[in-house]
Design a binder for this molecule. Structure first.
Ligand code: MRU
Length: 362
């Protein structure tokens, strides 16, 4: 049961980008992405249960944003707990383990929760017995995760821009923009930087069935920023590519396996195959926190399956016969041979990915 109420949109003007997750002093303000683009509604989240529910139901979504929200969720979970550092540490671990059950695929969720746990552990083991100080450290760590993501995304944008040029067409799938991160996005970051530099890039946004992150979120945020964006249905990408309108595909990812296989929103694999068939580079942009060297290949990445209603009545009315069998995976895995380069805040990696990704962490 959610205790969320709503906050006003805190932007100074309608031209400022919307932020997906904001600490508001007493609670978390979270942009309800399910309501975009029709309504801009900030939910006030007060408990770790509120955050779990928001992640599970895609009110906050996109790998980095999920991690940021979860980090604040840990703090919300322990905020009113009383006791010494040992007790607060146990509570941190309990809330982190609970939040880890919200969604399975985006590794940023587990990365952020592990980072919160590690910080709490170090604090408690330092001999500092004060539980209040540990709670303050949890808030500071969540804020650091959010702030670092903003800088990380800007750097990803800078590196990605070296692979693009003025005047080209770019196709993207799902939403890997500012709404999916603290700011700028991953795949969309170079497009914002290009706009700042006066480049003319034409973006094609796949609608991204069944939850429509491409039309509801990517088309919305690019349009708000004045980027030239054209919305297409998923089944139009081949035609748009065949016309020569796309010189690069750039997408985000929820988890990169150690061999460079990439999990991202369902439909990404198809786009990668199309890109290869048309000789178009297929770029994947992500923070280092999305690279999971503990998962050897894409086959080991857990793929979330979501409710069949997303497929049968996602447009607010039934679009399939009642009782029909439905398969609704939220993600697919693009094999590394389709990936031209992986772009991180530390630079651009090309095949062979096994060595290249490992070197990034050295
Ligand atoms: O189900 P979602 O909306 O959370 O899926 C999001 C994506 O697939 C994004 O492309 C990915 O998380 C990268 S966000 C920078």
């Amino acid at each position: 049961m959610s205790h969320a109420t709503t906050s006003p949109d805190r932007r100074g003007s309608a031209n400022e980008p919307l932020q997906s997750v904001l600490w508001a002093g007493t609670h978390l303000d979270l942009l309800d992405q399910r309501q975009l683009p029709e309504e801009i509604v900030y939910l006030q989240l007060h408990t770790s249960e509120d955050v779990w529910e928001a992640i599970r139901h895609l009110k906050v979504r996109g790998a980095p944003a999920i991690g940021i929200a979860a980090a604040f969720g840990v703090y919300l979970g322990v905020r009113h707990a009383e006791g010494n550092a040992e007790h607060i540490l146990a509570e941190v671990n309990r809330h982190a383990d609970y939040l880890a059950t919200s969604r399975p695929t985006a590794v940023n969720l587990f990365w952020a929760l592990d980072r919160m746990k590690a910080k709490a552990e170090t604090h408690a083991r330092s001999g500092e017995a004060d539980g209040e100080a540990l709670k303050a450290a949890m808030l500071a760590e969540a804020e650091a995760i959010r702030a670092e993501d903003e800088e990380t995304c800007r750097l990803i944008g800078e590196h990605a821009l070296t692979l693009l040029s003025d005047g080209i067409g770019v196709l993207t799938h799902c939403n890997a923009g500012g709404l999916a991160t603290a700011k700028y996005g991953t795949a969309l970051a170079p497009l914002y930087l290009a706009k700042e530099r006066g480049w003319d890039i034409k973006v094609f946004a796949d609608e991204t069935r069944p939850v429509l992150q491409g039309s509801r979120l990517t088309a919305f945020e690019l349009q708000q920023a004045g980027v030239d964006v054209t919305l297409i249905c998923d089944n139009m990408a081949a035609m748009v590519m065949s016309k020569g309108w796309v010189q690069a595909v750039i997408v985000g990812t929820d988890r990169v396996a150690a061999n460079g296989d990439v999990a991202n929103k369902i439909g990404t694999y198809g786009v990668a195959v199309l890109a290869k068939a048309h000789g178009i580079p297929f770029y994947v942009a992500c923070p280092m926190s999305t690279i999971d060297l503990n998962t050897p290949t894409g086959s080991e990445i857990p793929i979330e399956e979501r409710n069949e209603d997303e497929v049968t009545q996602g447009f607010g009315k039934r679009t399939a016969p009642a009782g029909v069998k439905v398969f609704n995976p939220a993600f697919d895995v693009t094999p590394n041979e389709y990936v031209t380069a992986i772009i991180t805040e530390k630079g651009v990696v090309k095949a062979p990915y096994g060595d290249g990704l490992k070197r990034l962490f050295e």
